[in-house]
Design a protein around this ligand. Structure first.
Ligand code: MN3
Length: 202
């Protein structure tokens, strides 16, 4: 199986002025593509891993031979996280539906959730991702961080929403101003899609 770069479900300028066209184009066509290419290169000659999705590879990462384990972890993770990230972006969608009710239930209030989510994203050290996940064991929403390209799926948590806080996600437009990027990111969350993912998994 050859892993493929998914097409974006919108144009590179669809999130302007919040996330600029150039950042989106480089992020998708260069950064994400490189993860896909490196994943395919790492898997070459490993027919036993044919047909495994990036999610399948990551959930059973310890079953993968030491020679390619790190490359698979980093690049399948980069591929999986970016593929998810693109789907939850759309500008000017209001928080809505059952996910909004669940946020109010588990965080007390939407504004409290927002502050906690932004704080987690702004204060996270180094490269990584800040997530809103469903913890199915206790049927509750949680904010969590993963470093590099690790996925909450490895801990049995279900991703609902994520912000990419690698500098490549915002540096062209926001440079070192990560808090400004995080503030603006709130305006490009596709709450309709997040609600759909929540309903499929709750
Ligand atoms: Mn990225």
């Amino acid at each position: 199986m050859v892993h493929e770069l998914p097409k974006l479900p919108y144009s590179y300028d669809a999130l302007e002025p919040y996330i600029d066209k150039e950042t989106m184009e480089i992020h998708h066509s260069k950064h994400h593509k490189t993860y896909v290419d490196k994943l395919n290169a790492a898997l070459e000659g490993h027919e036993e891993l044919d047909g495994k999705t990036s999610e399948g590879l990551l959930i059973n990462i310890n079953a993968i031979s030491e020679g390619i384990k790190t490359a698979v972890k980093n690049n399948a993770g980069g591929h999986l996280n970016h593929s998810f990230f693109w789907t939850i972006l759309k500008k000017d969608v209001e928080p809505q539906g059952e996910i909004l009710e669940a946020i109010k239930r588990d965080f007390g209030d939407y504004e409290i959730f927002l502050e906690e989510f932004k704080k987690a994203a702004v204060t996270q050290f180094g490269s990584g991702w800040t997530w809103l996940v469903l913890n199915p064991a206790i049927r509750k929403l949680e904010i969590t961080q993963t470093k590099d390209h690790e996925t909450p799926l490895a801990d049995g948590k279900i991703p609902l929403l994520v912000i990419d806080i690698w500098e490549h996600a915002y540096y062209l437009k926001y440079q070192n101003r990560r808090p400004e990027y995080v503030d603006t990111f709130i305006k490009v969350i596709n709450w309709e899609e997040v609600n759909k993912i929540f309903l499929e998994n709750v």
